[in-house]
Write a protein that binds this ligand. Structure first.
Ligand SMILES: *Cc1c(COP(=O)(O)O)cnc(C)c1O
Length: 362
């Protein structure tokens, strides 16, 4: 082994990302409720656009993503010039860290925040700073108190993953207004589409110079496998991010499929209301079995158990029935399991199995 070939500082502190499991040894009929995917998949219009793109595989894709940005702009009432598209919103998070944080800088994320913030901060050589939440809810005062002259980025997922909780517009505005001058507030709206009437923070972006919003096609639009996300922010910041964006970061197929998906708001709306209905049903069913959860605004619920060992025993029990949910000890929630809202049959199966587990049928 060479002693002089070494990665950049921070890289070796990154633990390899653990994705949601999708197989159970010896069980063929599994229901995957571990990655917050849309159980109904993408809209038929999106699938059709993907099929059509297969005839253009020899062509290089657009570098400026103009058609997709225009579609997003029309649907959300946003200026396409201030939209950037990436390989999932993960790539936008990465661009932000690479462009705005480096050695000596601090990147704030919340206690139970999404793993990518820490990974991207470390990849950029910056120091991730974890700030406590209040009963699994983003705590604006704690974040403001943690800011220093070195704070460059503050990441908030709203709704948050894996807690499912969110904070309101006044709190977001107070946070943006209270940050030190050199810091950018990033509002990760991966689950914003699930909240009726919520703009993901777009209006706050328009009102200020220090707020960026990220969004994704991976959740409500059912395109996690395609890898498309986007960001919306002040023109100056979007121009900076575009400098490090690979010119062909999104494929023809990704661009065309995402455009068709965002234009099919009738389907998006159907998925949103089905999710709300089943989420309310599942939360209540679990509560009746003695498993509480915070009111979720996303497409999953965070089920709380009495202890880590009970949560793990329940996870094992579910797994034996082919029901794959997510352990979240890595998010400092060892006594919880995150359960994606599946279709009606899956929700019923999960509720039934957890009822059996709690009833002592182990
Ligand atoms: C799923 C998720 C994303 C989306 O990631 P993509 O790269 O767009 O698939 C972003 N942030 C949070 C909090 C998420 O849970």
């Amino acid at each position: 082994m060479s002693t002089t070939i070494a990665p950049q500082p921070g890289i070796m502190e990154i633990a390899l990302y653990q994705g949601g499991a999708s197989h159970v040894e010896g069980v063929s009929e599994v229901v995957k409720l571990s990655s917050n995917e849309n159980p109904f998949g993408p809209s038929e219009a999106a699938t059709e656009a993907f099929r059509r793109a297969s005839y253009e595989l020899h062509r290089y894709p657009s570098t400026d993503h103009a058609a997709l940005r225009r579609a997003i702009g029309e649907v959300h009432g946003l200026d396409p010039e201030r939209i950037i598209c990436g390989v999932g919103s993960d790539e936008i998070i990465h661009f932000l860290c690479q462009c705005y944080a480096g050695p000596g800088d601090e990147v704030i994320h919340t206690e139970h925040g999404f793993a990518m913030y820490r990974i991207s901060a470390l990849a950029a050589g910056a120091a991730p700073v974890e700030v406590s939440e209040r009963d699994r809810v983003t705590d604006v005062d704690a974040i403001l108190a943690a800011c220093t002259p070195r704070t460059k980025l503050v990441f908030i997922a709203n709704p948050n993953n894996p807690t499912g909780t969110m904070i309101g517009g006044n709190e977001l505005a107070r946070l943006a207004a209270g940050l030190p001058e050199q810091a950018i507030l990033v509002l990760d709206g991966a689950y914003a589409e699930y909240v009726e009437g919520y703009d993901g923070g777009a209006a706050l972006v328009d009102m200020r110079q220090n707020v960026v919003m990220t969004r994704t096609f991976s959740k409500l639009y059912g395109l996690g496998g395609l890898r498309v996300g986007w960001g919306y922010g002040p023109k100056e910041i979007i121009d900076v991010l575009n400098r490090i964006r690979g010119p062909f970061n999104l494929s023809n197929a990704a661009l065309a499929t995402a455009e068709a998906a965002v234009r099919d708001q009738a389907y998006a709306s159907k998925c949103r209301s089905e999710n709300s209905r089943l989420r309310a049903w599942l939360a209540e069913a679990l509560a009746e079995h003695g498993v509480p959860s915070d009111t979720s605004t996303a497409n999953f619920i965070l089920a709380r158990f009495a202890s880590q060992s009970e949560a793990e025993a329940c996870d094992d029990y579910l797994k034996k029935q082919g029901l794959i949910v997510r352990r979240v000890a890595g998010y400092k929630l060892p006594n919880c399991l995150r359960i994606t809202i599946g279709d009606e049959a899956s929700c019923r199966r999960v509720a039934h199995a957890i009822g059996q587990f709690k009833g002592g049928a182990r």
